[in-house]
Write a new protein. Structure first.
Length: 263
């Protein structure tokens, strides 16, 4: 017989549903699970996690034990988000020539997360974000920060390639971005770098120019966010690389990384 939820857990669950609604997530799926009852210790841990979450309202939530009684480490949590995406047909991009969904790649516990716009042809082919020419440049940017690609997490606002590499439409971003928000929610990075205007506008809910959005820190639900140029733009206008490096140096300072004296 299913265990009745206590008032604390019930309130925390209500709070959690509201949290997802605030993010614009309305479709919640109830996953079939083995009907294994959580042990009293696991139940206590669930209540403790949720109580902690309620006390830290607004801070990203990261359960250590799932309601199914299974340990939900970030790898598992990301896998479950990918499963929720499924063979997604939620927006028109599913029928405009995508080969596959490009979910995200990197360290599921990364301190730093890069968010781009959407997959291009190479990414669509390989199923991994930022693997084409822009990806090579992003790798160099990451290495210049004295980090490795495996240290960070990389994802896009839309997970399917827009035809002809066009900019994703606002409604496509709105439909797909809740999955990005959930990825961020699991990874809980210390800082996010929004690569280009689409990522910045989506994450910040702003409609502003790159000139206005660069050069300052933003708050994304308790996480520091910096805006810089998309590597594809930097390939088109390499003169802006110095400006992008300035943005990354600010991120390095915030993360406590040593900034090289000479760039
Ligand atoms: Fe689904 Fe996102 Fe692909 Fe649209 S872009 S079909 S919402 S995965």
């Amino acid at each position: 017989m299913p265990r009745a939820l206590g008032p604390k857990t019930l309130r925390a669950l209500t709070d959690r549903v509201q949290y997802y609604r605030d993010l614009g997530i309305y479709d919640l799926y109830r996953r079939e699970v083995d009907t294994v009852e959580p042990t009293p210790e696991q139940m206590a841990q669930i209540e403790q996690d949720m109580a902690h979450d309620m006390e830290n309202k607004g801070a990203p939530f990261k359960p250590s034990v799932g309601l199914s009684g299974v340990v939900e480490d970030p790898v598992t949590a990301l896998r479950l988000i990918r499963e929720d995406l499924g063979d997604c047909t939620r927006c028109r991009l599913h029928q405009q020539g995508r080969k596959q969904i490009v979910f995200g790649v990197g360290n599921p516990e990364a301190d730093l997360m890069f968010v781009g716009e959407g997959p291009g042809a190479d990414e669509d082919e390989q199923g991994e974000p930022f693997v084409g020419r822009a990806g090579q440049l992003l790798n160099k940017m990451i290495e210049a920060m004295d980090l490795k690609r495996e240290d960070v997490y990389i994802a896009n606002v839309v997970k399917c390639r827009p035809p002809g590499n066009r900019t994703p439409e606002r409604d496509e971003c709105d439909t797909c971005s809740p999955f990005l928000y959930r990825q961020i929610d699991v990874i809980k990075p210390k800082a996010i770098v929004a690569l280009g205007a689409v990522a910045a506008k989506t994450l910040l809910g702003l409609n502003d120019t790159m000139a206005n959005m660069r050069g300052q820190w933003f708050d994304y639900r308790g996480t520091k966010l910096r805006v810089t140029y998309h590597p594809a733009y930097l390939l088109r206008d390499p003169r802006q690389k110095g400006e992008a490096w300035k943005d990354l140096q600010e991120v390095m300072k915030y993360l406590g990384l040593e900034v090289p004296k000479k760039s």
